[in-house]
Ligand binder design. Structure first.
Ligand SMILES: Nc1ncnc2c1ncn2[C@@H]1O[C@H](COP(=O)(O)OP(=O)(O)O)[C@@H](O)[C@H]1O
Ligand SMILES: [Mg+2]
Length: 332
């Protein structure tokens, strides 16, 4: 953390202002390397305004130039892809251990594969802590689509299934999901894929945002339940649009409480604490669904790095406090 300027403070007429009358603001410089879409959704005027008041300034990073020649930064926020950028960032991390880089590139990498992404949840034993949390039963199809029917029956998966591209690389294609009513149609899809049991959840999903120690949950509309009748009358695979981005908030909707009631706070805190530590990340979100008709069967279906914080209520306060807390050493 730097202190603002060293010049003697002066008033508009150029007269010296008594020291102490002007409190020196700590100045925190946060460099950011984000896509233009992310900049628009994250760096909203209310965040920048509040940050300025608290002595935090956001400075854009030019990803085409070496990071070491830019700055100096106290904190670097990043979510970009590409080999050159990764190398640039890794060199910087090595040369500037004093700078907090959010988050470590290799920890983020872990979330780019839908199998490794959920592995830490699968390894957790959260079966009796204000509810049971697990991941839907799933199988990875690395290559050969003709192997699908056998792989599905071997893994004991129950229809319908959701097919998701194994690798999440930021492209629209990596978020192109399919719902399959029969396993034979799955051979039409292009591996590498994850095939996951579809869990009925009443059409509501819980998006859990994490910023350091802070946790906020919002409800979003999701895919409707698939009934036994739907299943017996349908076949084939159906593509569905990227629900998670476009889904409307379900926070104000008049919903059945059995569907809309938020997961217990104690369960979320335990889950997030475990994941923050296991994943080594401070900025991420978890998508959770609750099996329809149950009170406490939860499934984590997705984890993302640096999600759309613009949709997290009060994020400007939470984020600025988090950044200040980092330099105060609250999150060592
Ligand atoms: N196993 C599942 N059971 C029921 N619905 C699911 C399941 N997996 C995903 N979905 C639905 O599909 C949406 C997108 O899936 P997700 O795994 O979050 O992929 P993306 O990377 O595109 O966000 C979710 O928000 C949810 O509505
Ligand atoms: Mg998602």
């Amino acid at each position: 953390m730097r202190l603002n300027g060293d010049a003697t403070p002066r008033n508009e007429q150029g007269k010296e202002i008594e020291r102490g009358a002007l409190q020196q603001q700590p100045k925190l410089v946060v460099g950011y390397a984000l896509t233009s879409k992310k900049v628009k959704s994250f760096l909203q005027p209310n965040l920048e305004g509040l940050a300025r008041k608290k002595g935090i300034s956001f400075v854009p990073i030019d990803q085409s130039r070496p990071l070491s020649g830019q700055g100096p930064f106290d904190i670097v926020l990043h979510k970009l892809r590409g080999k050159n950028w990764q190398q640039n960032l890794e060199d910087y991390v090595e040369q500037h251990p004093e700078v907090t880089v959010l988050d470590p590139p290799e920890a983020i990498q872990h979330l780019c594969n839908r199998q490794s992404m959920l592995q830490d949840v699968a390894d957790l034993d959260l079966s009796d802590w204000h509810g049971k949390v697990s991941v839907p039963k799933q199988v990875v199809i690395p290559k050969d689509p003709s192997s699908i029917p056998e792989a599905v029956s071997k893994a004991g998966l129950t229809l319908p299934l959701i097919a998701k591209p194994l690798i999440v690389d930021g492209t629209a294609k990596s978020h192109e999901l399919f719902l399959a009513y029969d396993q034979f149609s799955l051979s039409l899809l292009e591996p590498p894929l994850v095939l996951q049991e579809f869990v009925n959840h009443g059409g509501v999903l819980f998006k859990v945002f994490i910023v350091g120690d802070a946790i906020k949950v919002v409800r979003r509309f999701s895919l409707p339940d698939v009934t036994k009748q739907d299943l017996s009358h349908s076949s084939g695979v159906f593509r569905f649009p990227r629900v998670s981005c476009s889904a409307a908030s379900a926070d104000d909707a008049d919903l059945d409480p059995g569907v809309s009631e938020l997961p217990p706070r104690a369960l979320l805190e335990r889950l997030v604490n475990e994941l923050r530590w296991r994943l080594g990340l401070r900025l991420f979100n978890i998508d959770i669904i609750r099996e329809h008709g149950t009170k406490d069967r939860y499934y984590v279906i997705d984890i993302n790095y640096f999600p759309g914080y613009g949709k997290m209520p009060g994020y400007e306060h939470i984020f600025t406090e988090f950044l200040l807390g980092l330099v105060r050493g609250n999150y060592k």
